[in-house]
Design a binder for this molecule. Structure first.
Ligand code: ADP
Length: 478
């Protein structure tokens, strides 16, 4: 297979400036060259999408459903190979990476069905004799901007509904992980997608952003940092571009005295540290009631000691490397700052050497942290969690909601009453009871509240809201 990967513009593989894609588990391993697009090529991609839109938006829903189904089938059939690519370029373990690829395949299958179920209403008019219809139409040209932490699932959960509902797409994946997006583009192209309907443009977001998110597009779906998301919000307002943003999180996991200790430790270990803690749904604040605190901290610390931190593709590895040097430096800065602010480093937090030169970091568990420490305010986006001790459920709930973010919140308890209260009073878009805050189903809405999200929800049946626009038609049958 060629190691040189071009952009897909108007149905043609178009060369740009090659840049290496490096494996974070082994910096000597270059996965391939992926071509950065120029600004002119980004413009051409938008024009190609615009040109393809009239025919695609009018195409039959059966053809769209069949194409999405073919894409899903190929992704699922190649899940081992694509999982390996994902683990190699992003650094999550092979089982996690294969699971993500499976999710991507299932998402395409789900939206193959949704293409056939575009909803509408026919209602009586308040004016006798007239009729009213409410129909949904595609939005137009949609730019999809995706982050590095889910290189296959996030491009899939934006692309599949966009195409299902008749939009044309320009996908710009994160610079660090072009491999999965390129593989997806190749699959979409070979599944018979008409030229210009799906375009792939690789390269730096800050460079290509002004074109890809400028006046030429009808909608932008973005997942990434709060800083970039807010910038897009300001820019999109100038052009009245439809916008969907999924940004940071600072997710609480509450452990109450009556929790099953084993469940609580399993839930915290997974939610805080798996995928190297690099998930916007990671539980970075462990809010623990005093009666269970010491037992929980000891058991979680023991569990952390058993983790195998190594090459993401080595069998037995439970936690892979941090994604790159910049992210590793950021993690280490937050760890240092937490110590300076008086948090106790119970476990981990040190740079690790392995047989291969990669970005290895021992997952860090802090105790004696307070809600106002930087560690508990900022999104670290690494294998770092802080324990906050609380006296009561009421105090835990206040602490859980004390964040500008609101993607996900979890509680471990055996009390139905407290679980129900938490479910109703959590200020997060997703709530987990005795389950990790990270790890969600693919067929239901995903998204947060407060600073974490903006615009209509992603995924599941709710995706139709963003990727279509409503038309109300009045008919006088005469
Ligand atoms: P992260 O910290 O996860 O890298 P970013 O918000 O920087 O978060 O990146 C998320 C995605 O947004 C990436 O695909 C990146 O290239 C893109 N991006 C970054 N800056 C801009 C921008 N100014 N305009 C459009 N896209 C951008």
């Amino acid at each position: 297979m060629s190691t040189s990967h071009a952009n897909l513009i108007g149905g043609e593989w178009t060369a740009g400036t090659p840049a290496p894609n490096v494996n974070p588990s082994d910096l000597s391993d270059v996965i391939g060259e992926y071509h950065h697009a120029s600004l002119e090529q980004a413009r051409q991609a938008i024009e190609a999408a615009r040109g393809a839109f009239p025919a695609w938006s009018q195409s039959g829903i059966q053809a769209r459903a069949d194409m999405l189904d073919r894409i899903g089938s190929e992704i699922l059939a190649r899940r081992a190979e694509l999982g390996d690519l994902l683990a190699r370029e992003e650094g999550k373990t092979l089982p996690e990476a294969t699971g993500e690829v499976t999710r991507a395949g299932n998402i395409f299958k789900f939206f193959a069905g949704e293409a056939l179920r575009i909803p509408g209403d026919k209602v009586a008019s308040v004016r006798p004799g007239f009729e009213v219809e409410v129909t949904r139409e595609p939005v137009g040209v949609v730019t999809l901007i995706t982050p590095w932490n889910f290189p296959m699932a996030i491009p899939a959960w934006k692309t599949a509904p966009a195409l299902a509902f008749g939009n044309c797409v320009v996908l710009k994946p994160a610079d660090l992980v072009p491999g999965c997006a390129w593989a997806l583009a190749d699959i979409i192209q070979r599944a018979g997608c008409p030229a210009g309907v799906f375009n792939l443009v690789m390269g730096s977001g800050s460079k290509l952003g002004p074109v890809l998110t400028g006046a030429g597009v009808d909608a932008i779906s973005f997942t990434g940092s709060l800083r970039t998301g807010r910038q897009l919000l300001t820019e999109a307002a100038q052009h009245q571009t439809k916008l969907q943003l999924e940004m940071g999180g600072k997710n609480p996991l509450v452990i109450l005295d009556d929790a099953d200790l084993e469940v609580a430790v399993r839930v915290a270990l997974d939610g805080s540290f798996m995928s190297t803690g690099q998930r916007c749904t990671a539980s970075s604040r462990l809010i623990v009631q005093k009666g269970i605190h010491d037992r929980f901290v000891t058991a979680l610390s023991e569990a952390l000691k058993k983790q195998v931190i190594d090459d993401a593709r080595t069998p037995g590895t439970t936690i892979g490397p941090v994604v790159d040097q910049r992210q590793l430096d950021q993690d280490l800065r937050y760890i240092e700052q937490a110590r300076e602010q008086g948090a106790q480093l119970k476990q981990g937090g040190e740079r690790l050497k392995r047989s291969k030169n990669g970005f290895y970091l021992a997952p860090a568990l802090f105790t004696d942290t307070s809600a106002d420490m930087t560690l508990n305010r900022d999104e670290v986006f690494g294998p770092v969690a802080g324990v906050i001790a609380v006296n009561s459920y009421e105090e835990a709930l206040v602490c859980a909601n004390d964040t500008p973010f609101g993607i996900c919140a979890g509680v471990c308890t055996s009390s139905l009453k407290l679980a129900s209260h938490f479910k109703r009073n959590s200020q997060a878009g997703m709530v987990m009871i005795n389950l990790p805050t990270a790890g969600v189903d693919y067929h239901v809405p995903f998204g947060g509240r407060k600073a974490s999200s903006y615009g209509p929800r992603e995924q599941g049946h709710y995706a139709v809201e963003f990727y279509t626009t409503v038309k109300t038609t009045y008919v006088n049958p005469g």
